[in-house]
Design a protein around this ligand. Sequence first.
Ligand code: AMP
Length: 393
Amino acid sequence: MNSIKDISFEQKKVLIRVDFNVPINDKDQVTDNSRIKSSIPTIKHVLDQGGSCILASHLGRPKGVDPQFSLKKIIPELEHLLNLKVKFISDFFESKDKHQVLDLKKGEVLLLENLRFNPEETAADEAFAKRLSTLADIYINDAFGTTHREHASTVTVAKFFEIKCAGLLLQREIDSLQKLLKNPKSPVTAIIGGAKVSSKLSVIVNMLNVVDNLIIGGGMAYTFIKNNGGSIGDSIFEKDCLNDCTKIIEQARNKGVNIYLPTDVIASNEFSDSSLKKEINIFEIPEGWQGLDIGTQTRKEFEKIIFSSKTILWNGPMGVFEMSSFEHGTKEVAIAVGKATAQGAFSLVGGGDSVAAIKKFKLEQSVSCISTGGGAMLESLEGKVLPGIKALS
Ligand code: AMP
């Protein structure tokens, strides 16, 4: 794969697939600009090297043209972050709008309307991708969050460009995943949490090929505990996954992976912040009670494993961190990952709610890398080659 640093952008028009799928409120304001922010270094790099940028993204899941999902809404935020005027076109193949592309000068930025206004985008349509490719000389994909999707702008378009590469954000994501998946520094620990075993089964199975230690917390732990003969009361539980738990434990044993499950929990008499709570053995949760966080003993045990690790993956919270009564286990794990990182470990956080948790605790700066891709990150951890990345080679 080409490196962005080796490409000359002088006088070149560059089509950059960015991820501007950001939350927007009813006053048309961007409420979380992190995705736009993270695309700025690549845009600036192209501009600094004498090129011009044609930015392409999707926003939401419109069915055809729908002003509610217009990317026009993000222009003020983009202009603010770039400190530049941004041009915008909606009908990028029509002659009047195409003119704006032809006239685009070195140092200028142009944003295309939501790609998903065209059904051809999600259908990975060849003709649409080819027409898109005629707008520019070089293609950059910087939208890690969409690289698991086989769409026209993420995969098909790449074959019509001789010069193509990953943007700085995508390259950072690829490098972080490599650090974890290819020859990581051991001991390697994966901390997997979240609500359900079923949604992370393939991740867990693949991680057994990579890690020395697997810490399982959050709601998914209760299916393992039940499978091990524990009484879990009303805790979240997936009957259909009992066999999978047995297989995972067996495979871990065969591969020499240590599995760590919680030993105590904060149990609650209802799914609410203002409920009655008690800290008890995870094998002895009474009927009418449910485990909503890991207990203090477990936090200490998990912390010890985390501190002894040189490479750490964290995916999924240890409890219902959205409620302040049940956030402590997740917070202490986040702090421990940060401390291990400060002592030289490499830590990658991503694939869903652990990112939301680490942001809630304002600990983003304490880890090595926070992935910007939910589904894309999970699929990478499952061992899949993402089509959007493959298309760049
Ligand atoms: P996931 O998207 O699979 O990572 O799951 C994240 C969700 O799991 C969060 O919304 C948590 O509130 C939830 N969760 C974590 N632990 C528990 C638990 N013990 N019981 C119920 N839900 C949980």
